[in-house]
Ligand binder design. Structure first.
Ligand code: DHK
Length: 150
């Protein structure tokens, strides 16, 4: 089956469980910026490269998977912070390969400096790049990379 990935299509920015609580959730780890701030940062960064962002957050694995399916043939790339699903979800990983576009995995915190269960990611092996520990600037770095190369 042929894919018709839009090279200039929007960059899908996906955030998984609990990331809607940014700003109030453990600010010593995740900072004080909100998810709206993250989305605004992504939009500003993408605009510098003449690109658009479509943002989606869900606390539900199936909703994230459905959104990824819809991105096939539409999105040009995916920036994903899967939250805790990073460390548990084969199904999310399987979904992420379906659109056949570059994926940048972002973590606000440095997951490798935290509990051992956060050291393994089901997503990293299928990602083009992985960014951890830059705070919300990690999203901007991901979009900057994708904006110049994809
Ligand atoms: C966010 C989460 O919700 C955690 O479950 C991950 C990640 C780390 C982050 O740093 O953005 O372990």
């Amino acid at each position: 089956m042929e894919t018709s990935v839009q090279a200039t299509g929007p960059i899908l920015v996906l955030n998984g469980p609990n990331l809607n609580m940014l700003g109030t959730r453990q600010p010593q780890i995740y900072g004080s910026d909100t998810l709206d701030d993250v989305v605004a940062l992504c939009e500003r960064t993408a605009a510098r490269f003449g690109r658009e962002v479509v943002a989606f957050q869900s606390n539900h694995e199936g909703a994230l998977i459905d959104r990824i399916h819809q991105a096939r043939g539409v999105a040009s790339a995916i920036v994903v912070n899967p939250g805790g699903l990073t460390h548990t979800s084969v199904a999310l990983r399987d979904a992420l390969v379906i659109p056949e576009v570059p994926i940048v995995e972002v973590h606000i915190s440095n997951v490798h400096a935290r509990e051992e269960f956060r050291h393994h990611s089901f997503v990293s092996p299928i990602a083009t790049a992985v960014i951890a520990g830059l705070g919300i600037q990690g999203y901007a770095a991901a979009i900057e990379y994708l904006g110049t190369r994809v």
